[in-house]
Each structure stands twice: as structure tokens, then as C-alpha cells.
Design a protein around this ligand. Structure first.
Ligand code: GTB
Length: 217
């Protein structure tokens, strides 16, 4: 059965692949699962029909037969569990990959989201500059720790996994901030993720929503 996901009808990032549907699209592309997309306006996301799928009135959601899911991490986990390619077969390696999924979402993403909120909605406050310094210091702590752990490896724990998919997606939220440039191995890690054919297909598909032009190829 072809799953249906939801995405912004008009993403505020203008197709840079920063909205959370990108992670889901990327996971589906990695495992070769075709999908449909239902585009939503901001007002449609808050209507009862969508809130029945997503209690917080957000994107993305995932529908497959009787199953409806929300939260990009849970959706990526579901896809990784149901298809080969995103989680190792070995039970311990699988548990470690899942650990990296949680680390991406629970440990690395929160200060990055704080920065996003600060730059978008707190930038007119008198305390904005100070707040930004504090938030960016917290991000640098995490980036330094992650950079040390990754070292010269291509991926966080052996082969590319759903843990890397989510970590790269989270780190991409810093694109344009210059912060990743301070950690060359993390910049290279993100570039490796972005170079994956599945990432490119997912990126082109979400960009096509914004440009109105079908993805090339
Ligand atoms: N924890 C949830 C998940 O991972 O699925 C978070 C979902 C979420 O934040 N969804 C956002 C949303 O629906 C879109 S992705 N927002 C509408 C609302 O809450 O009313 C967040 C996002 C939006 C825009 C950009 N951008 O333009 O750069 C980046 C990220």
C-alpha cells in the first residue's frame, strides 16, 4: 500500500529541505518505497480533519491503510523497521543505530531549534544578541562532542543508518549559519548525506513543490 505523507503547501524555507517532511521523504527514498504527498496550507493544518491525524496541527504525518502516525522521528523509525536498508540486522548494532536516532532528536536538535526560534521570532527583542550567544554556545558544545565521536569515520556507527539520516537532517538546520564550518568533519558528514542519491531525490521532490516544476529526471 502506498503511504501518504503531509507537507507544507508553501514551505517557509522556499524548498531548502528544512521542513520535517524532508526526513520522511529521504527515509522513503532510501528504502525504495513510493509515496504520495498531501499538501496543506497553514490553516488546513489546524482544522479538525488534520488534527485527527496530528494532535499538534503540524506536518509531517504518515498514513498507510489503518495506520496514522505523526512525529518525523517515529515515522522514520516505522519506515526503518518495516523495510531493509536503514537499520542493521545485528540486534546490538540496531539498538545503537536507534540510540543515534534519539541522540539526534533529543540531544542535538533542541539547541538548534532554540536558535531557529531565536532568529525567527525573538530577533526584535532587546536581549536577542545575548540570547543568541548563549544558544550558539550550547550548540557548539554538542557539535564539538559529536565531532570528536565521529572522528574520521564516514557514519556514526558503521554503515549509514536511520541514525545518520536523522543526524544529518538535524545538522542541516545549521546550513547558512556558518557554525558547521567550524567542524570540518561534520561539514563533510553532512555533505556525504546530501550526496546520497536518495537524499537528492527527496530534496528535488520537496523543491518541486515550491517551484511548481516537476523534479528533473
Ligand atoms: N517534532 C515534530 C516532528 O519532528 O515531526 C515537529 C514538527 C514540526 O515542527 N512541524 C512544523 C510545522 O508543522 C514544520 S517543520 N509547523 C507549523 C505549526 O506548528 O503550526 C519545522 C520547520 C518549519 C519551517 C522551516 N523553515 O522554513 O526553515 C524549518 C522547519
Amino acid at each position: 500500500m502506498t503511504p501518504t505523507i503531509t507537507a507544507f503547501e508553501r514551505s517557509p524555507d522556499r524548498g531548502k529541505g528544512l521542513a520535517r517532511d524532508m526526513r520522511v521523504r529521504w527515509a522513503l527514498e532510501e528504502v525504495g518505497q513510493p509515496y504520495d504527498v498531501r499538501l496543506l496550507s497553514f490553516s488546513e493544518m489546524k482544522e479538525p480533519a488534520h488534527r485527527a491525524l496530528h494532535p499538534f496541527g503540524q506536518i509531517p504525518t504518515y498514513e498507510e491503510g489503518d495506520l496514522a502516525l505523526f512525529e518525523s522521528g517515529a515515522i522514520v523509525f516505522h519506515i526503518a523497521e518495516r523495510h531493509a536498508g536503514l537499520l542493521p540486522d545485528d540486534a546490538n548494532a540496531q539498538a545503537r543505530a536507534i540510540t543515534w536516532m534519539f541522540a539526534a532528536l533529543n540531544t542535538v536538535e533542541p539547541p538548534i531549534v532554540d536558535r531557529e526560534i531565536a532568529t525567527l521570532v525573538e530577533c526584535d527583542k532587546t536581549w536577542y544578541e545575548q540570547r543568541l550567544l548563549v544558544v550558539e554556545d550550547r550548540i557548539r558544545d554538542r557539535l564539538g562532542e559529536l565531532s570528536s565521536r565521529l572522528g574520521d569515520a564516514n557514519w556514526l556507527d558503521g554503515k549509514f543508518s536511520a541514525g545518520d539520516l536523522l543526524m544529518v537532517a538535524v545538522l542541516r538546520m545549521l546550513n547558512g549559519s556558518g557554525m558547521l564550518d567550524e567542524y570540518p568533519n561534520l561539514s563533510a558528514y553532512v555533505a556525504r548525506g546530501e550526496a546520497r542519491p536518495a537524499f537528492k531525490r527527496a530534496f528535488d521532490a520537496q523543491l518541486a513543490v515550491f517551484t511548481g516544476k516537476p523534479p528533473a529526471g
